[in-house]
Design a protein around this ligand. Sequence first.
Ligand SMILES: [Zn+2]
Length: 165
Amino acid sequence: MAGIIRDATVDEKKDFIEVKHKNRNPFQVKLAARALKHTKDHTPICIRCAQLDYQDKIERVKTELERSQGIIQGDEDKIKRLDFNLDDYARLDRFELLEVSDAKEASIVAGQKVHVLVGKNENFRCKKRGCGITVYTPIEEWNEKHPKDAPKKSTEAAVTAGSMM
Ligand SMILES: [Zn+2]
């Protein structure tokens, strides 16, 4: 057995770091990907509740393992890979829509500083724990999704805006 136990060479250490990187918690990777999907779709998901429930689930599993066999080598990895469904955290009936507000950006039009409507912010409240979630939708996509809110013709909108001044 002599010679088997030794310090890792530099090359081997590099491999260890790569392995460590690959071992990023699969749940966090899955959650990040899902959050990005919702940002792109402009739909709500409660990341906070998903994190909290996942932690609870891990704790429960660990406690049960400790009670029975004690946590053995390899369990930590298995625990990290526990299946955790995120669909519940994105169900629309989970959320209460509190308010829709205009998202505006300052812009200079014909030498005048004006605020241009760039999108809509929907403020949701997660019914489970009261978490606040804001979903931003760019105005073009908002108007496609909510045709009744959209100006029927761009000229008509311009006239309306003009007459209000
Ligand atoms: Zn929540």
